[in-house]
Design a protein. Structure first.
Length: 219
């Protein structure tokens, strides 16, 4: 079983090390003040150095303006930008042109019709991330620990490259991968002991669960 694994919302050396030692292909750093995973760009820049030559460092933003992105990119030097807000096709094009970095565009899904929103972005975004729609009243577009019906993705054209996110953890990742093997998976709250607090033990359990899913042919 070969696909990418992204551990997102990292804030400490220990969590970054656990992600990399577990085999993460991507490590994510979140720049959104309302999130318990929000990180200072300078700290993210220091932490991402451990990933050089081992994994891609992803800067996650939510409807960030050029000034905010300039600060993040300068301080962190990410390998990829993840846009997790309501960015338009034109905005994705502008960001790619300004920074010369690949862009992963996130979308919240619930039912099959929600897949229609990605169509204008095909060929523009370099990759997609599919998350669950946030619970009513949540101010966070992701990292809410809720999942969606993964069977929705059976309607997706097989040529669309995406990462699966939304409520993944060691207990359900086998089922998620059995529903449909994505190009990658993304976990954040599912490896935390408290909101924004990554747990090295849970990170290890997640990687073991992923390996077990592959060895049993679940995905």
């Amino acid at each position: 079983m070969s696909f990418d694994i992204k551990i997102c919302g990292l804030k400490t050396d220990e969590a970054v090390a656990a992600a990399l030692d577990g085999g993460a292909s991507h490590v994510g750093f979140i720049f959104f003040p309302k999130s318990p995973r929000n990180i200072d760009p300078a700290l993210a820049g220091r932490l991402r150095r451990a990933a050089e030559g081992r994994a891609q460092a992803v800067a996650v933003t939510v409807d960030a303006d050029d000034a905010a992105l300039d600060t993040i990119v300068t301080a962190m030097r990410p390998d990829m930008l993840q846009l997790h807000g309501k960015e338009s096709v034109q905005r994705v094009k502008e960001v790619k042109a300004r920074f010369g970095l690949p862009v992963m565009k996130a979308f919240s899904l619930c039912e099959r019709s929600d897949l229609d929103q990605i169509k204008p972005f095909i060929g523009v975004a370099d990759r997609f991330l599919f998350d669950a729609k946030p619970p009513r009243g949540s101010e966070l577009p992701g990292g809410n620990g809720v999942s969606f019906d993964w069977q929705v993705l059976c309607e997706l054209d097989a040529s669309v490259d995406y990462m699966l996110s939304g409520g993944l953890n060691a207990g359900n990742v086998r089922e998620a991968l059995a529903a449909r093997l994505p190009g990658g998976i993304d976990v954040s709250s599912g490896v935390e002991s408290d909101p924004g607090v990554k747990d090295v033990r849970l990170i290890g359990e997640f990687f073991r669960a992923v390996r077990a899913a592959g060895s049993t042919g679940a995905a």
